[in-house]
Design a protein around this ligand. Structure first.
Ligand SMILES: Cc1cc2nc3c(=O)[nH]c(=O)nc-3n(C[C@H](O)[C@H](O)[C@H](O)COP(=O)(O)O)c2cc1C
Length: 354
């Protein structure tokens, strides 16, 4: 903190709260959280715009220069204060894309970005047994035993036919056969999941495209990118799907099988699938119409609809689908060159059945 010309400002991404009686602050963009003294608040309050060290000394006459500099060093290390021109300050500027939905949407999105710290390679069975020893799992059924119980007609005679059979057959697959998914199968998957299938008239907006899954306000904010590894008749690489023309746009050629498992929280079986589909949302498409933070839920719900459609189409095609939310969003941002206005949501993939 020797350079007196350095400009600093408090981070725009700070949240303050009490936890177990202690005062904490968290920077939701950097993910850093610290216990702090409430005395920090008036200091940070002064750092509402870019200031030099000399400005800060003038604003805080009760503190010595040395104590201000050492506090600033700590605050910068904690990412509570950012330096003008630093990569952290540039990242924060990009967050203006989230402004309309207030603090709550971006806090939740960024505070939960990237896979949790616990590795997915843990021994699932012993991990779950330990959890069970600590506390039994909640029951999977809720009942109202004192209320009248009404038997429903037996549906089994109606569970034949393509739709019920596909619904009943859908499972999550984590093992795949050695063959390749064909380009025809990929085309059907894309068309029936993410392609434009029709147009509707929307009041005041005119003709809007629709797809096989519903979308809040027909905003259709989702984009889909493909990491193709084993598709017959298609070069390995990363592609973007263009739903209006039903075409693929090649973004990067290359082998990404290992990268795919890294993107999915190091779930090593992912590298054996044929293609990984990553869904993102272009926030502005929804924000433009719905200027309140509850609309953030709408995009998450929409991604769920699309994923289920995808799993059912893949099952109908005789393929082995899966979905995963264990994503390293930042790695995907890097591969696709995404900015803060386009957020990673969900991934699904498919391979040949074993
Ligand atoms: C939002 C969401 C995230 C999921 N993430 C993962 C994941 O990271 N890894 C995985 O192996 N399965 C994942 N699954 C699949 C579930 O584990 C799976 O649905 C569950 O075991 C039930 O099996 P079924 O899909 O065959 O019915 C996810 C499912 C959902 C809905």
């Amino acid at each position: 903190m020797k350079n007196r010309r350095i400009l600093v400002k408090r981070s725009n991404c700070l949240i303050f709260f009490f936890q177990d009686g202690k005062f904490h602050y968290k920077n939701y963009l950097s993910g850093r959280e610290f216990e702090a003294s409430p005395v920090l608040v008036p200091i940070l309050a002064q750092l509402d715009r870019w200031r030099t060290i000399r400005d800060i000394e003038r604003l805080l006459p009760g503190y010595t220069g040395a104590s201000i500099r050492s506090s600033l060093r700590r605050l910068i290390a904690h990412t509570a204060v950012v330096i003008k021109g630093s990569s952290a300050s540039k990242r924060e500027e990009e967050l203006s894309a989230w402004r309309i939905w207030g603090v709550e949407a971006r806090f939740f999105h960024y505070a939960t970005k990237n896979i949790h710290a616990a590795p997915l390679t843990i021994d699932e069975a012993s991990f779950n047994r330990a959890l069970k020893r600590r506390q039994p799992p909640p029951p999977s059924v809720k009942t109202f035993p004192t209320r009248r119980q009404i038997d429903l007609p037996d549906p089994s005679p109606h569970l034949r036919g393509q739709l019920p059979e596909v619904l009943l057959k859908r499972r999550t697959h984590r093992h795949f056969g050695a063959g390749k998914v064909s380009l025809d199968q990929l085309s059907i998957l894309l068309r029936l999941t993410w392609g434009f299938t029709n147009y509707i008239q929307w009041p005041g907006l005119g003709r809007l495209p629709v797809k096989t899954s519903p979308s809040g306000g027909a905003r259709h904010s989702l984009e889909v990118y493909l990491w193709c590894s084993r598709i017959s008749g298609l070069d390995r690489g990363i592609y973007h799907y263009r739903p209006d023309r039903h075409t693929l746009e090649l973004m990067k050629k290359g082998k990404f099988a290992h990268r795919m498992d890294q993107l999915c929280g190091h779930q090593d079986w992912v590298q054996d699938c044929s293609v990984l589909f990553v869904m993102t949302t272009i926030l502005a498409r929804v924000m433009w119409r719905y200027r309140f933070s509850r609309a953030y839920r709408v995009i998450l719900l929409e991604a769920g609809h699309f994923c289920q459609t995808f799993c059912l189409v893949a099952t109908w095609l005789g393929l082995a689908p899966f979905c995963t939310a264990a994503l390293d969003d930042e790695m995907i941002d890097d591969d696709l060159g995404l900015s803060a206005g386009e957020a990673v949501l969900y991934a699904a993939g498919v391979g040949m059945p074993p």
